[in-house]
Design a protein around this ligand. Structure first.
Ligand code: FAD
Length: 377
């Protein structure tokens, strides 16, 4: 057994860390206040090979491991979690297109996602009234010969305003609930497609979250993604990997919070007593436990072993631990923790959503329980 990532993975981590310290960290607070992320930065991130890290080399991708991906997302999130979530969702879209797409679909979308020509890819599953219970989605797709007509609304979709491709789930009628859902690739210029209302969020404010409207949105049938009626499975597989990304994002935010407390004590040494030391020790222990769970899930995915339950454990544990760490950091800074003179209040706001999206902690526990129940049978 070895508890270290290899030199290739370390090289990716260092690349992400230097990109983050040069291009993200100096601006993250301003982007949060302005509620926008410069598209040029996202393009630069893709050009630095940090988007779609796990897309195989034979498909034009960097062909890096999931372990390297987890390390990279942690570095990006420690500097700017809005950028990290954009890259994580785009990477999930790119990896899913690499896994499921036809050769034509891969050729049409992967180069643009990997080169930064598309600042981002978007994952459109949730709807008003259909979040945790994704199988109850109501958007419909009618396949008529060579054409498909989409009607419905998606909500809370990350990167909607600047995504170049949307992976969209819609009901095609092969069955009830999670059966009878198919997946389609939609482009922003498709007729009948419109980006709707932008949410006013407490955190991740630089990452736009919007609704999408499909009003007889017309696409050609070659945009069907995967087999008809098998869309739910595509979503669940993508989310298994995506959860490693969200867990890594939370870990990066937690590290930034711990670093901020350490920096604060350098300037205010009189505030660091035995009581504070003990709380800091607990934060660091939680961070270390979360990191191990994430790396284990990522390693299992790389080894092509079952990793779904471990990814759910990593997501639930890391995001809950990161929330506790950020709350502790805010408390330790006292009144200074509540001002934007220090990054902790932004980290505290940014980390909150990580227990919610790509499956709430309760949903992760359902995934974990089911895996144990099926093992017991
Ligand atoms: C900032 C942000 C970005 C997002 N980005 C995207 C995106 O890019 N694409 C996308 O498709 N979606 C996105 N989402 C949506 C997100 O995935 C959903 O918010 C999430 O799945 C939870 O769904 P919900 O909000 O409808 O809550 P609900 O499902 O209504 O859950 C409400 C509460 O009930 C609990 N609950 C629900 N069902 C159960 C159950 N069976 N057992 C126990 N407890 C349960 C939940 O844990 C939660 O605490 C985003 C959300 C946010 C906040």
């Amino acid at each position: 057994m070895e508890f270290a990532w290899n030199s290739d993975q370390e090289a990716v981590r260092q690349r992400a860390a230097s990109f983050a310290s040069e291009f993200l960290a100096p601006h993250a607070a301003t982007w949060d206040q302005e509620e926008s992320l410069p598209e040029g930065v996202l393009r630069a991130c893709a050009r630095s090979g940090l988007t779609g890290l796990t897309v195989p080399k034979e498909m034009g991708g960097p062909g890096e491991s999931t372990v390297a991906y987890a390390l990279a997302i942690t570095e990006l999130a420690a500097a700017c979690s809005s950028t990290a979530v954009t890259v994580a969702v785009s990477s999930m879209v790119a990896e899913t297109i690499a896994n499921i797409g036809t050769p034509e679909q891969r050729e049409r979308y992967l180069p643009s996602l990997l080169s930064g020509e598309f600042p981002a890819g978007s994952f459109a599953l949730s709807e008003p009234g259909s979040g945790s219970d994704a199988g109850s989605l109501r958007t419909r797709a009618e396949i008529k010969g060579e054409q498909v007509f989409l009607n419905g609304e998606k909500s809370w979709i990350t990167s909607g305003p600047f995504a170049g491709v949307f992976v969209v789930w819609a009901r095609t009628g092969e069955g009830e609930g999670s059966r009878g859902v198919s997946t389609f690739l939609v482009e922003p210029s498709d007729p009948g497609f419109e980006v709707g209302r932008k949410e006013e969020k407490m955190g991740l404010r630089a990452s736009p979250t919007v609704s999408l409207n499909f009003d007889d949105c017309r696409i050609t049938s070659d945009r069907l993604f995967g087999e008809p009626g098998r869309g739910f499975r595509i979503a669940m597989q993508a989310l298994d990997g995506g959860r490693i990304g969200v867990a890594s994002q939370a870990l990066g935010i937690a590290r930034a919070a711990i670093d901020a407390v350490e920096r604060y004590y350098e300037v205010h040494p009189h505030r660091r007593g035995a009581y504070e030391e003990s709380r800091l020790a607990h934060m660091k222990s939680e961070f270390a436990a979360a990191r191990l769970l994430i790396l284990q899930a990522a390693w299992l995915k790389d080894e092509k072993k079952p990793f779904s339950a471990k990814a759910a454990m990593a997501k639930a544990y890391s995001t809950e631990a990161a929330n506790t760490i950020c709350q502790e950091a805010l408390d330790l800074l006292g009144e200074d923790g509540c001002t934007n003179d220090y990054p902790v209040e932004r980290l505290f706001r940014d980390v909150r959503v990580t227990t919610i999206y790509e499956g709430t902690s309760e949903v992760q526990r359902i995934v974990i329980s089911r895996s144990f129940l099926s093992e017991a049978r």
